[in-house]
Design a protein. Sequence first.
Length: 333
Amino acid sequence: MAEVLRAGLLGVGMMGRHHARVLRELDGVELVGIADPGGDPHGVAGDLRILPDIDALIGEGIDVAVVAVPTRFHEEAALKLAAAGVHTLVEKPIAHSLEAGQRMVDAFREAGLVGAVGHIERFNPALQELRRRIEAGELGAVYQVATRRQGPFPARIADVGVAKDLASHDVDLTAWVVQSDYDRVFAQTAFKSGREYEDMITITGRTKSGVIVNNIVNWLSPMKERVTVVTGEKGAFVADTSTGDLTFYANGTIPLEWESVSSFRGVSEGDVTRYAFAKREPLRVEHEAFRDAVLGHDTDVVTMEQGQRTLVVIEAALDSARTGSVRSLAEQP
């Protein structure tokens, strides 16, 4: 492996421009090529010329690549990169279909390459701190994960609905935080904006470990919200991934004296703690994890297998919404 990894970037749209910035700042990585058939709308190329396609990018002799083009183009680019021996980070979701995603998984596995998917929320400081504290036993047994991801419609998204674009974040982070895959799901969708794809979805389910899950996601709210609430034996963690804040609401230990309240047999309000911790940019942490995985280090990169599993859950949820039935993930490929 080269001492400095030669990196290529396919796509410099709204997300690609941020990848370009981080790749230029990343130790041990040199951005040597950018390709985008649409040119350079955000002016991020600098001294690099804009290449026309993935073949030209591969021709630059790259070791690693980032694919940040619309979802329907992921498979073609990834398969060419795998055939060329290039380790690749593909933006989420992994692909437009389960069949395409599986071909990508197989290609990188057979080539012995690192294939990763950009589920960036895993690298959010609030969620990383949350998982660390859960693993340390600070919550005790985990009972429920509820996420809310709501906001206005982003005009940049044209080829998928809110489930694949946004709910995939929540499915991945939920399974990662509790370290258990989804076991079954029931979902409902709404189509309110005149597009062929859904712009609202709610997913209710349970993980294999028995944790109850509820994911609320839409493009129909004027209020932007990115919240994960994990409730357990000792209280509840609330992670705001838009600000990187983590707060713990502890179960109360002081006996209640107000008769009408104390008659309720359950937990009471205890101390509220807002934690202070380092808040690094999630995209930079994600790129560091990918770089280190390529260099052979043990990192918590989101593998293509994990990205495919998330897509399986999303497709099951969409099928549940179409059929009005509960879908078992044990029935999925």
